[in-house]
Design a protein around this ligand. Sequence first.
Ligand SMILES: *[C@@H]1O[C@H](CO)[C@@H](O)[C@H](O)[C@H]1NC(C)=O
Ligand SMILES: *[C@@H]1O[C@H](CO)[C@@H](O)[C@H](O)[C@H]1NC(C)=O
Ligand SMILES: *[C@@H]1O[C@H](CO)[C@@H](O)[C@H](O)[C@H]1NC(C)=O
Length: 569
Amino acid sequence: VMKTNVLRVWYVPVLVLCLNAAEDFQWTKNNPGSFYYGTFPAGFLWGAGSSAYQTEGAWEEDGKGPSIWDVFTHKKGKVYKNDTADSACESYYRVKDDIQLLKDLKVHYYLLSISWPRILPTGIKTEEVNEMGIQFYNDTINSLLDNNIIPFVSLYHWDLPQALQEKYGGWQNASLINYFNDYANLCFETFGDRVKYWITFSNPWAVAEEGYETGKHAPGLKLSGTGAYKAAHHIIKTHAKVWHSYDKTWRREQQGMVGISLTSAWGEPMDLSNQDDIDAAERYVQFYLGWFANPIYRGDYPEVMKEYIGRKSAQQGLGLTRLPIFSAQEKSYIKGTSDFLGIGHFTTRYITRKNYPSVQGPSYYTDRDLQELVDPKWPNPGSKWLYSVPWGFRRLLNFAKTHYGNPLIYVTENGVSEKIYCIQLCDEWRMEYLKGYINEMLKAINDGVNVNGYTAWSLLDKFEWNKGFSERFGFYHVDFQNKNKPRHPKASVQYYKKIVSANGFPNLRQVESWYYKALETCSTTNQPVSEDSLTTHMEMVTEIVVPIAFTLCILISAVLLAIFLQKCN
Ligand SMILES: *[C@@H]1O[C@H](CO)[C@@H](O)[C@H](O)[C@H]1NC(C)=O
Ligand SMILES: *[C@@H]1O[C@H](CO)[C@@H](O)[C@H](O)[C@H]1NC(C)=O
Ligand SMILES: *[C@@H]1O[C@H](CO)[C@@H](O)[C@H](O)[C@H]1NC(C)=O
């Protein structure tokens, strides 16, 4: 009796919270009647993505070595609720199921990452090659191809072999360049007859910044003002070496492409009539995208980075700038080493100039001399940092076009999350986000930006790094409390599928009908997950409701006891 009451009490707050989340998303304010109806060029590729550590689970199965993320998450206090991705989505065991989901989505390709320590347990090829790891990715790639889904493979989505962290300090040490190159060559040799799209690094900005500057991500080092620059320096050199390896050894036979996936927000000047703000916004993007893209496309770090970090270093009494320097030979070796530019993009900031006194100590953040702001009217349906600002996407794509010589671009990550407590399959905010962002990408293509593919991020709800399982980016809801990790389609599955099938947004009538049809499907499929979700929330309920019920029981018992005792007397 108590249990059903608890459920009933809880049911109302669940609904209220979900309504709140939907109301928070005031997307109309962000779309001032400028929607562009039209379709993408023929041959445009549509995809969905994910990464190994966030989804695979099986963290110590079949000969896999530990990664820095395994070690980091197993330390308490590093991740929200001390969550780990030991089992995550159990994707290691569910490749066939997930390929079926990709087929349902009608996508042309799947962007996945290979876990380096699953193939090379210590990271070093000459020490040990794990055949079972190779088998796993070989089978995955074959299954994708059997289902007419192109594999788009990233070699590094953050899960560095722990042994390389311990022996060399990870990306702080130049020894990793050759170890990674050996690993990449092994992948080209083993899978390159079938894989034609390679990404060397996914979001190296976060690897450097969160891993070696703030320490919020593995390996958790806080080497403020130096660690991130050094890590990035080695990553850029590694990328170039791998591209040259492919170019020299594999390209003629395999005819594929090797690129890098750079994630960057857009920075918009707060006051467009103020030159200081305009310069600060440019600096923001140069310190973000340009940090990696400028060496690869133009041969060196952006001038503003060299200037600002150099000046701050001198003010801090350092003899040398904290930004490492490429030799002339390295510059020419690195320049031009990307067959395509992968762009990951999620959000935008307003930027204004702000001077930081150098006595504050060295840091990437104070080196930039700027402040980030957001418009409170921007929709913010999920992750705290992720405001939906579709127009920023078009600006970022145009920035890449003008600064890097109109490169071939694949959008490698774009999407939105929702809040943890809202088990809501009717994800209108995701549909609106995708509609807005994909439409701005279409406008960018009309501006002349050479975008040839789009990766929706992501296929499944998954482990979100230091946020644990509290943020959900998936087209498919995953019930992480359930051992079998059941997947349930959100409404956005139907919506994205329509965009893919129509190759864009043909006309108002159709696009509106997609929206309503997608919402119909989620209300009918909502039922089974609602049940799951109630059980998953039992924990929270018992935390809140049971103590109250318990206290009431004690009070009532006390009163009854008192009455009883009085009667006895
Ligand atoms: C995570 O672990 C730390 C250290 O053991 C502990 O203090 C904290 O309460 C844990 N957090 C949760 C949400 O369990
Ligand atoms: C991978 O799959 C391909 C295609 O089926 C096969 O030819 C090759 O031998 C496999 N490689 C390994 C290492 O199993
Ligand atoms: C890199 O690692 C090697 C081996 O541990 C060590 O000898 C060398 O000093 C390291 N280099 C740097 C710059 O830390």
